[in-house]
Each structure stands twice: as C-alpha cells, then as structure tokens.
Write a protein that binds this ligand. Structure first.
Ligand SMILES: [Fe+2]
Length: 261
C-alpha cells in the first residue's frame, strides 16, 4: 500500500522484534543487541492510578535507557476495536502516554472484541465479517490514523467458536479493511494453525487470497507441547501449537513459550 505517512508502504529489509514488559533491566540489556525492535504492550506496563490506568514511569525509564540502540513498536490488547457500542478509550489514553515518551515506528491492535456493553468477555472474539462491521472498523481505523501519525496494523485473532454466516471470507474481510483504510496487517502463524485445527481453515487458500503486500509484521511463537482445551460443548480445541515459519515481511516477532496476544 502507498499513501499518507501513516499508511503501509514496502520495507527495505526484514527485522526481528521481541516483547519486553519491564522490571528486568539486565534482561533488556541482553536482548537489545540481538533484536532490531522492542515490542511494547501498553496494557502490560500499566497500573491503575485511582480510576485511571497509567503507564508505569519506571518501565518507561527502562525503554529510555536503550532508546539509542533499538527501535520500538506498540501492540495493544485492550482497544476492543470491534465492540458494537464503543471501544475502550482508556487504552487510547495509555497509547497517548506511550507516544509522548517513546518513539514508535508503528502500532497495532487485534481485530477483535474484548468488551461487550462495558463487560470484559475475558478473551478476544473475531469481528463479524459483514458490511456493517466493515464500516464500523474502517471508521475507527480512520480515527486512529488521524490521532497517531504512524502506520497502524490489525491482527486477525483465533476463532474459538464456529464461524457465523459471513458476507466475506476471512482474507477478503482483511483485504477490504486494508484497501479502504491503508492500514497494515499482522499475520500470526499460531492463530492460523489454530484456525486450521479448530475450524478447518485452509491456510494455503487464505494466504493465496490475502493481499500480502499489506502484511508488515509476522507473529510466531515456539511451543513445547500442543495444548488442547475443552469447550463447554465437550469438543476440544487447539490453543497452543509449535510455531511455523512463513516468508518474512518487515518485522517478525518471536515470543517464546508464552501466552498468545
Ligand atoms: Fe499475535
């Protein structure tokens, strides 16, 4: 994609990123020489100060210590961009604070709903693939792009439940968002393999249909064991798998044996 300064453009070379969430400066100093980019999750470095969540200043200081030797990106969990009523303004407050303290190459969120009618659902549900949801998502992406003048990426999430009737295929829905807004995508290998195991997603067909020019970041995790969980309907679903390798885009994040985001 090409466009304004906060839309996705082609990158010169791949880069390696990993997450760091504070409180171990010795670890951070060991990581920095090994990677190009540190990923920051604003939600993970926040604490509640009265009613309002704020970023922990001591963690921001740690990032400042290594800022001359590494680049930074942000990856959110709490925006709930797919909520029918409103997204979480509190997350944007955290992001405002992060942008004020840390130079970010880009930032990203999950294409998901985590809050419904003010109540956390405790996980991430995919957005319905309808024209109505597409309009809602694209308008919210536009507002984010206006607010933060760096590229914004969306990540597809795992379908924990069987798919509802949809007006778009999974790839076509992502393509519609990127073509309308100029935002980029995160491709998560783990999420795709879970969808293949749980919902019989045809990964090859998905990748053939997806506009890979919009993929700016790849997530991969290494898992020691397959993890299976049992849904309330008695069926098992896959929640953890060995990481798989995909062609590199601009940044690939490796997150060893951790929970998924
Ligand atoms: Fe991910």
């Amino acid at each position: 994609m090409v466009g304004a300064d906060n839309t996705v453009s082609s990158c010169a070379r791949p880069a390696l990123a990993t997450t760091y969430e504070g409180d171990d400066i010795a670890l951070l100093e060991r990581i920095v020489p090994l990677v190009d980019v540190i990923e920051i999750s604003p939600d993970a470095i926040a604490r509640t100060d009265g009613k309002r969540a704020r970023l922990r200043p001591e963690v921001l200081d740690e990032y400042a210590c290594v800022a001359s030797n590494v680049r930074f990106i942000a990856h959110g969990i709490g925006l709930s961009i797919g909520s029918f009523d409103h997204w979480d303004e509190g997350y944007l407050g955290l992001l405002d604070e992060l942008f004020a303290h840390v130079p970010l190459d880009w930032h990203s969120e999950h294409l998901a709903t985590t809050v419904v009618a003010g109540e956390s659902v405790g996980t991430m549900f995919p957005v319905p693939r309808s024209e109505e949801a597409l309009d809602l998502i694209c308008e919210r992406v536009r507002l984010i792009q206006e607010r933060y003048r760096v590229p914004f990426l969306l990540e597809h999430v795992i379908h924990l439940l069987p798919d509802a009737p949809a007006e778009f295929t999974p790839a076509a829905f992502l393509n519609a968002i990127t073509s309308r807004t100029g935002c980029g995508l995160i491709l998560d290998a783990y999420n795709l393999q879970c969808d293949a195991a749980n919902q019989r997603l045809d990964i090859g067909g998905f990748l053939d249909e997806l506009d890979l020019n919009c993929v700016r970041e790849i997530h991969r995790q290494r898992w020691r064991v397959r993890q299976w969980s049992r849904r309330s309907d008695g069926n098992e679903y896959q929640a953890g798998i060995p990481g798989v390798r995909l062609p590199p885009p601009c940044a690939a994040r490796s997150q060893p044996e951790s929970g998924h985001v």
